[in-house]
Design a protein around this ligand. Sequence first.
Ligand SMILES: Cc1cc2nc3c(=O)[nH]c(=O)nc-3n(C[C@H](O)[C@H](O)[C@H](O)COP(=O)(O)O)c2cc1C
Length: 146
Amino acid sequence: MKKILVLYYSRSGNTEKMAKAVAEGAQSTSGIGVELNFHIDVSDLNDYDAILIGAPTYRKEIPVDFKNLFEEAEKQNINLKGKIGAAFGSYGWSGEAPKLVLDLMQKFEMLLTEPPILAKYAPDQAAIESCKNLGKRISESLINQA
Ligand SMILES: Cc1cc2nc3c(=O)[nH]c(=O)nc-3n(C[C@H](O)[C@H](O)[C@H](O)COP(=O)(O)O)c2cc1C
């Protein structure tokens, strides 16, 4: 079974709401495994066909856990080439993090789903729907790949 990881960081719950909506959208397609988590061991990245990362922007940066994750993946030669990648996140005024996540994914030659989804502070209903659609689109594309 193809598997999707929805990995997120969230301090005040805004990106978490987005992550839950992405996972819900992904689960609407039967026959795809979906895991929603805020931590992953780098070697477990191998298990997933799509990696969707929720990254809020703090101090114009991506959360350090994700920086470390990709650094470690590079050190350990984890092959992410050809896996689907996407990013989303809440922000307040500049919102760099999701784009920075996509830049990292691109270095690993992942297949990027663009543009990233951004929500200013708490996601409104339109942002939640965009997140659900993102999850749904990606799980449908995995079904079509199978
Ligand atoms: C200390 C601090 C630094 C922040 N830095 C930025 C920033 O550089 N750019 C930005 O767009 N938002 C910034 N924000 C706003 C957060 O991205 C925003 O509150 C977001 O909703 C947090 O998402 P979360 O609830 O998923 O953690 C900052 C917030 C705090 C508390």
